[in-house]
Design a protein around this ligand. Sequence first.
Ligand code: NAD
Length: 448
Amino acid sequence: MAYHIAIIGTGYIGLVAGVCLADSGNQVTCVDIDEAKITMLREGRSPIYDPGLTDLLVKNKRHLHFTTSYNEALKDADVVFIAVGTPLAKNGEADLQYVEAAAKSIGAHMLKDLVVVNRSTVPVGTGHKVEKMIQKVTSYKVSVISCPEFLREGCAINDFMHPDRVVIGADDGHEYAVSMLKDIYKGVSKNDAKFVVTDLRSAEMIKYASNSFLACQISYINDLVRLCEAVDVDVTEVARGMKLDKRIGEYAFLNAGLGYGGSCFPKDVQALTALGRNAGRPLPLLETVEKVNDEMVELAVAKVQKLLKITEIALSEARIAVLGLSFKPNTDDTRASQSVKLIEALIKEGCANLRVVDPIVHFSKEVERAHGKIKEINGGGDILDRILSAAKDADILILATEWNDFRNLDFEKLRDVMRHPCFLDTRNVYSKKEVEQLGFTVENMGRK
Ligand code: NAD
């Protein structure tokens, strides 16, 4: 069955949900407070990049409406999805101001009984709070259930259409809302969705627990990097051997490197840590996970200094080329990007000559602060030319985000244009020995 669905927030989650739900025949209205985004979307242009997103946006324009008006969004809606941001507040907790504002607006504009599905990542208890907030300002009946989003930026469309599981959190009395949401998902995933139906609070916890566990895996393998280097072991071999254990699994997050970033893991680890503290049940393991992640940037800076020592050039005189700005490949999202943090750390240490190349990101708020010291953010044109031009006369080439465009670098050409052929592979994409054979001095994160 097709539904009228209103989606609140047209960011990475809301927009992907909107185009995918429209693609399965639903009538979708996306509402956002950001007028510039809505104007772009009405013109068929996506404000964000994820593979296939613009194509689906254009393809489904008959089923998709974009507005800044809650009145318009809610007038025919059977169900409302909340997909607004829950960034980190200064005290380390999740900042719920956008969720609360959305709740108030829903209450003020709903014109009939409504199912509200919260897809934003929120601390335990938020769903109940949202239901109370809405119910306070309306005489219609509202059913708030939780359906946390697990998609990954970079393959968001595929993840939305084919989720590993759909977690639905609902308390007794909300059976109608659950069956409606299941029906919507059956349409999206062609009857293939695996549902985990649980209570509202457990669903909220499953999301934080999952993201924090993935972050734990990354910090675990990263914590082994320095030890592996000290005892002459290749950390990528260790991960390969570990993943074949079924209890660990082939998809385990065990790629050692610069650490995790983005708009989810860093804030979700901190929000869960804060939840533990506030409940009188601190989570020391998670506090260490974050610390290890921060240390990976420090380790990368130390490796830059090590390479410069060999070339006998001070950081203030060095020319450094950085490949990748987004927090991971196939997205334009630079929120909490480890690449951006590395650039900022290098600038803080005195680096004054940086050139940066990213296949998609040309400029972002996150790098704006550091921009004075970045000579060039190399966007537009052929990517191979851009890599070579950033590397020209450079002393170190740093691979910071493992886009496919950086997986087959022409090291011979790079060696010939660089002032010093030094390479820091923070994502362990290349075999150290192979790149050394091409005349480079190489540092990486524990790979031989
Ligand atoms: P985002 O910042 O990209 O988008 C949020 C959007 O909500 C913005 O466009 C903003 O203008 C809009 N907004 C804010 N307040 C509003 C209001 N009152 N009414 C209407 N629109 C409003 O955020 P995102 O990355 O899409 O994340 C949304 C939620 O999904 C967060 O809780 C996040 O943790 C969670 N999540 C994100 C991802 C991801 O990969 N980005 C994955 C899973 C879960």
